[in-house]
Design a protein around this ligand. Structure first.
Ligand SMILES: Nc1nc2c(ncn2[C@@H]2O[C@H](COP(=O)(O)OP(=O)(O)OP(=O)(O)O)[C@@H](O)[C@H]2O)c(=O)[nH]1
Ligand SMILES: [Mg+2]
Length: 460
């Protein structure tokens, strides 16, 4: 599916205007390609043979179309000889001016010299196949690029450094060791193999997997963030609340019920968690077609959200609509936001959403907003968090594989304490070993690799 022996090229910087933009190439012919299109400012005086750069040095010069001799851009280039490179192959980077036109022209020139356009993630794929990164680390590259908060970045950088992989390899090695013993007892007679306890090492492995899984949900929150839908009947102050939490006047606020007609979302950084807030149209009976459609979207937003911020106006008695919205929320994690506490209070909230945490706020004055933010963090993590306990597992794929590994490891522990035939225990241990190998890539199938790397951007 993927070849490694041709030379690939791509624009590695984001598309758009910038100070610089980078065309990156990897493969056996990068130097040859560069020599054809690059005119160094300081050519060797003798001038015999092609220009030879020193590896890992930066050179100033111009990219020149070899056919028309036209100067395309003034650039800085570097040639990095394998293996100390991102892909473990020879790599060339051309730092152009960061406009889309020069970048495209330089890319085209490299293509015309025989390089192939890299597919998304292909540079990182090569780094993986050639052993510079394992699969979990390669995935971390993507997480670093996409990190939405500093906490998310910290977790991703840990993983890129191989922290998770190390843990996984440790557990896997222990299981492989037990497996080797089990297979030996199948192949040889008892007096050829010294007897050995397998329950304890299997238990230890299962325990270590469990530990990794424990922080997984929290880890995924740092990576993916959560969605909170602000719901409530018209005019209770949902948009005002959104604006307060965003600290900008993002949504239109008016005293007229039915102001917000469509859902609107923005992401904030809530103590390291990327929190997407969704403002919705007030839910009420309506004859207006646009309003009706908006309300339909509100329901959808609610069902897609991880957390509901049910907003009520405490300056008015509760209405039928408030109870109906509470019903819509059902068992979803929620916070009851009692808004407009700066006004005389007429609502009794006792029967609304029993058991759900309530926070009294004024979106107008800002009172209670800090408490609301605290409440959101606690609701997300179902408890307090400290900055130090950074989880290792942040990726749903890894979580899934760990679950599978745990299931089989536990089954093996169970079997090892009964008189289950050894070859049946070996089947479970093998399955656990393979599941762990999927995380680091030892046992990943080509399909899985394709899915993972297709998520990358081109040039990474
Ligand atoms: N006194 C007071 N007024 C508020 C407060 N929050 C919102 N309001 C006012 O209530 C009115 C409605 O606010 P919005 O934020 O537009 O309410 P909404 O829930 O988004 O309304 P719809 O979009 O129509 O569903 C506006 O006049 C706000 O200024 C508050 O805490 N105190
Ligand atoms: Mg609104």
């Amino acid at each position: 599916m993927y070849s490694l022996d041709d030379t690939i090229t791509a624009i590695s910087s984001p598309i758009g205007e910038g100070g610089i933009g980078i065309v990156k190439m990897s493969g056996p012919e990068v130097l040859l390609t560069l020599q054809k299109v690059f005119l160094p400012s300081r050519a060797r005086p003798e001038g015999d043979g092609p220009w030879q750069p020193v590896s890992h040095h930066l050179y100033h010069g111009h990219i020149v179309d070899p056919e028309s001799q036209e100067v395309v851009d003034e650039v800085l280039v570097s040639y990095m000889k394998a293996p100390r490179t991102y892909t473990r192959q020879d790599v060339v980077e051309i730092n152009c001016h960061g406009g889309i036109v020069p970048l495209r022209r330089v890319l085209e020139l490299t293509l015309r010299q025989g390089a192939r356009l890299a597919s998304p993630g292909e540079m990182t794929l090569r780094a993986f196949v050639l052993g510079r990164l394992d699969l979990a680390q390669a995935e971390a590259v993507l997480d670093v690029v996409r990190a939405k908060t500093e906490a998310g970045l910290r977790v991703a950088v840990e993983q890129l450094g191989g922290h998770l992989s190390q843990e996984i390899r440790g557990v896997r090695a222990q299981l492989v060791d037990t497996l080797a013993y089990l297979e030996a007892t199948i192949d040889f007679t008892e007096d050829e193999i010294p007897e050995r306890d397998i329950t304890v090492p299997l238990q230890e492995a299962a325990g270590a997997i469990k530990e990794l899984l424990q922080g997984a949900d929290r880890g995924m929150i740092y990576r993916q963030g959560i969605r909170a839908a602000i719901v409530g009947r018209p005019n209770v102050g949902k948009s005002s609340l959104l604006n307060r939490l965003l600290r900008t006047a993002r949504a239109i606020v008016t005293p007229i019920p039915g102001t917000t007609r469509d859902t609107l979302e923005e992401t904030i950084n809530l103590q390291g968690i990327p929190l997407t807030l969704v403002d919705t149209a007030g839910i009420a009976e309506s004859e207006d077609l646009v309003e009706k459609l908006g309300i339909e979207r509100s329901r959808e937003a609610l069902s897609r959200a991880d957390l509901a911020l049910m907003t009520v106006d405490v300056s008015e008695p509760l209405q039928e609509a408030d109870s109906q919205i509470a019903e819509l929320i059902g068992g979803k994690p929620a916070i009851l936001v009692a808004n407009k506490i700066d006004l005389p209070q007429l609502a009794s909230l006792d029967d609304l959403l029993p058991g759900v945490r309530r926070v009294r706020v004024s979106a107008l004055t800002g009172e209670g907003l800090e408490e609301l933010e605290e409440a959101m963090v606690e609701a997300v993590f179902s408890g307090k968090v400290t900055a130090s306990d950074v989880p290792l597992v942040t990726n749903p794929r890894h979580k899934q594989a760990l679950h599978e590994a745990l299931e089989h490891a536990e089954a093996a522990v169970e079997a090892s304490t009964s008189d289950t035939p050894v070859d049946l225990i070996a089947i479970d241990v093998t399955a656990a070993v393979n599941a762990l190998g999927e995380i680091t890539g030892e046992t990943a199938t080509e399909d899985l690799l394709e899915i993972i790397f297709s998520e990358f951007c081109v040039g990474k």
